[in-house]
Write a protein that binds this ligand. Structure first.
Ligand SMILES: [Fe+2]
Ligand SMILES: [Fe+2]
Length: 315
């Protein structure tokens, strides 16, 4: 996990966009449009309040939703400042930012990995390649640094929750690994639009290197979380993990979010009279197991395949 904005990013060297060049403005418009969409869907993390398993989690999602809403407005300011009109989001971004009601997948895919890659783009591409010589840029970068610091917190939360869930449900390791492999396999599709111009443009020429950097960083993050094996497994193992991950993802699309706080608030507040209770602690394992039965009926691939979908996600 990153602690500061200056740690180990990709180095774009002297490459800068020209904010007065129509072709460069079109590239930035594409990048910023993906960011705007990501922030809009980020606001829905507020939906996790309903499933928050502790007061600590409830506090986090409340705070995060406010921050994501502020990020959305901040990116809108950047569009206005640069005189750009947003495009529709790329399908890869729409896929990666789709909401997931199944909490274990949400914390890994959206918070730990998804927001980690968002941070790569904000911190490495935007903060480095927007030209300081343009009078509009210093204020934009000041705002972006605030966003980046908050995204670091969101990633840290995702990693903390992922580790906790892995400890409670070690079987998640395989589908988690498969989902990381799947996410990494769709990434190159995002930059296809720029492939033809990549050889000539001072920033775009870095795209393959940047992509490799992001992949390597995500795999390292996965190893740190205990998900990605130290040595890359063979094709069969990877295919099995991806299939398992995909099945869990498909199943999760039919998962129903279940409310928590009205069941735990007394102990979470430390008012149940038991010694050492309350204070925003986490759920016990048993409570989590009950919770999971409401989401995913079984953790085996066969059971996932045969499981009849429960009712659709509540709005
Ligand atoms: Fe954000
Ligand atoms: Fe975020």
């Amino acid at each position: 996990m990153l602690a500061t904005l200056d740690e180990g990013g990709y180095d774009f060297g002297e490459a800068r966009f020209d904010l007065n060049d129509p072709a460069d403005r079109e590239i930035l418009r594409f990048i910023l449009s993906q960011a705007l969409y990501g922030e809009a869907t980020g606001v829905y993390c507020g939906k996790s309040l309903y499933a928050a398993g502790s007061l600590e989690a409830a506090r986090f999602y409340l705070r995060q939703a406010k921050q994501e809403l502020a990020h959305l407005e901040l990116f809108a300011d950047i569009f206005r400042g640069l005189g750009l009109v947003p495009l529709e989001a790329h399908w890869v971004i729409r896929l990666l930012s789709s909401h997931n009601n199944y909490y274990p997948l949400k914390v890994l895919m959206e918070h730990a990995i998804g927001e980690g890659m968002v941070l790569d783009i904000f911190k490495d591409i935007l903060l480095q390649t927007l030209p300081d010589s343009d009078p509009r840029v210093p204020l934009i970068k000041k705002k972006l640094r605030i966003v980046c610091r908050e995204e670091i917190e969101h990633v840290a939360w995702g990693e903390k929750e992922t580790k906790r869930l892995l400890k409670e449900k070690p079987w998640l390791r395989t589908p988690y690994y498969g989902l990381i492999e799947l996410q990494m396999s769709v990434l190159p599709m995002l930059v296809r639009a720029f492939e033809k111009r990549a050889g000539k443009h001072p920033v775009l020429v870095h795209l393959p290197g940047f992509l490799s950097h992001v992949r390597a960083r995500v795999y390292a993050q996965g190893r740190e979380l205990g998900i990605v094996p130290a040595e890359r497994p063979g094709l069969f193992t990877r295919m099995f993990a991806m299939l398992y991950g995909l099945m869990l993802f498909v199943r999760s699309q039919f998962a129903r979010s279940t409310s928590k706080l009205e069941k735990i608030y007394i102990s979470e507040l430390g008012l149940d009279g038991s010694p050492g209770s309350g204070g925003g602690g986490s759920f016990t394992s048993d409570e989590h197991d009950d919770d999971d039965k409401a989401h995913v009926v079984s953790d085996t691939p066969a059971a996932l395949a045969s499981a009849a979908p429960s009712s659709r996600a509540s709005a």
